[in-house]
Design a protein around this ligand. Structure first.
Ligand code: PHE
Length: 447
């Protein structure tokens, strides 16, 4: 490459990458998205397809993204370009990076609105006396475009602040303390579900698949959820991989991040569904599920106001450690190309996300009857395009690139002295299984 790109430096210490990547992966996707999708898409059958997607598509692609990122050390656009040129391939593979940045803007636009609701719920939970039901509470929250807008703006601003300061500085410390706390509180909620909820019904719902429940959309939705939850296919993990120290093991790290992420999603399901069934709430009630079910539980609990407030603080932090990773690929690109400073880059992209997010705010109230696509309101349309189409598409292209076009000696040098059996296995998955599974799900959806 002719011009010199601005360098971003690497993360210090072995744990920072794992923490940051886990911070990126664990977020609203696990605690808000997974339970509500499982609820609307038929329970255990969805869960099973989701887990399958994590193993046969997600983890192999995560390994690929990290290795491309670390090899080049740049934003996803330039990392793809560099890896392609170094493998004597066309530089148009950088398109993958562009798809990722577009997906990121769309994802962050609705992510910020939902995370804004979490921020709002810190105060709602802290003062909730249970006078109105949790369902009525949620309905009243989403009815007000002004209040949704305010919290969306606050969340987007926080994301902007952290990213403009540089992902490397603030995040490590934040994630190290607060994520384990979130884990502990989730364990507490699962225990609460075992004692006070209908735990056996929840287990049945989550783990006894009934394939007659599967809708036409279930496969696409489960695959999208897997990409979303693992932060794949749009450059976040690739961008973080660029800051990973050279002596760190890519494959085992990917397994750790993937397992932690899956564990948190399953725990969220085990915390939420016992409450849903015990309180006769509707499992298929959609995006309000986590807010309604947990607030119902907090309302009944001793010290529920305090525990509820802490829970939503931690959930907001988990959302923040994800949102910064959604913003990072675009910001890294604009700043390394020296088009604008890091702060201005962050400002430009945050503003874009904020504007598109207004549509999601309205989709809950004044636009609730507006369907840009059949059966899909504005928010669902944005989610379909970004999470269910662009992320899997980006991931499929990454798999094809690494499996078929990238120079194998480069790959091997990045993967270090990986056990040859693991290497062969991964290579088989990345060449054949991952791309064909994504293609199969796309095609069957079209038909
Ligand atoms: N994985 C994050 C979550 O589960 C969301 C995310 C998607 C982050 C895409 C980065 C990229 O909340």
């Amino acid at each position: 490459m002719q011009k010199t790109l601005k360098s971003h430096g690497t993360w210090i210490g072995k744990w920072t990458f794992v923490l940051a990547a886990t911070g990126s992966a664990v977020g609203l996707g696990n605690i808000w998205g997974f339970p509500y999708k499982a609820g609307t898409e038929g329970g255990a059958a969805f869960v099973l397809i989701y887990l399958l997607c994590i193993i046969i598509i997600g983890i192999p692609i995560m390994i690929s993204e990290i290795l491309i990122g670390r090899r080049s050390g740049n934003s996803p656009i330039n990392s793809m370009k560099k890896s392609a040129i170094d493998s004597n391939r066309s530089s148009s593979w950088q398109l993958v990076g562009w798809i990722g940045i577009s997906a990121g803007v769309l994802i962050l636009s609705f992510y910020s609105v939902i995370a804004g609701i979490c921020l709002n719920y810190i105060f709602i939970a802290a003062s909730s006396s249970g006078e109105i039901s949790a369902s009525e509470q949620f309905a009243s929250v989403i009815q007000s475009p002004i209040s949704l807008m305010i919290w969306h703006t606050v969340f987007m601003f926080l994301t902007f602040l952290i990213v403009s300061a540089g992902v490397k500085d603030g995040i490590g410390r934040m994630v190290k303390i607060l994520m384990p706390m979130l884990g502990l509180l989730l364990i507490f909620m699962v225990l609460y579900g075992i004692v006070k909820g209908d735990f056996s019904k929840a287990l049945l719902f989550l783990f006894t698949p009934d394939f007659s429940n599967i809708g036409t959309n279930t496969f696409l939705s489960a695959m999208g959820q897997a990409f979303f939850s693992l932060s794949l296919g749009m450059g976040s993990i690739m961008a973080y991989g660029a800051y990973m120290p050279k002596d760190q093991e890519i494959v085992s790290t990917s397994f750790s991040v993937g397992s932690l992420d899956t564990l948190v999603a399953i725990m969220a399901g085990l915390a939420i569904f016992p409450i849903i069934f015990a309180f006769n709430l509707e499992p298929g009630s959609g995006p309000g599920l986590v807010f309604i079910s947990l607030l119902s539980a907090f309302n009944q609990m001793e010290f529920g106001q305090l525990i509820g407030a802490i829970f939503f603080i931690l959930l907001s932090v988990a959302a923040l450690s994800s949102s910064i990773s959604i913003l990072e690929p675009g910001v890294a690109f604009i700043s390394e190309e020296r088009i604008a400073s890091r702060t201005s880059s962050a400002l430009i992209i945050s503003f874009l996300c904020w504007v598109v997010g207004i549509g999601t705010v309205f989709s809950f109230n004044i636009w609730s009857d507006y369907y840009p696509l059949p059966d899909k309101n504005f928010q669902e349309t944005i989610e379909l395009i970004s999470v269910q189409i662009l992320q899997p598409l980006g991931g499929m292209l990454i798999a094809i690139f690494v499996g078929w076009f990238m120079n194998e000696s480069i790959i091997k040098s990045e993967l270090g002295d990986l056990n040859p059996v693991f290497y062969k296995l991964w290579r088989f998955f990345i060449r054949y299984i991952a791309p064909s599974s994504v293609a199969f799900i796309f095609i069957s959806q079209l038909l």
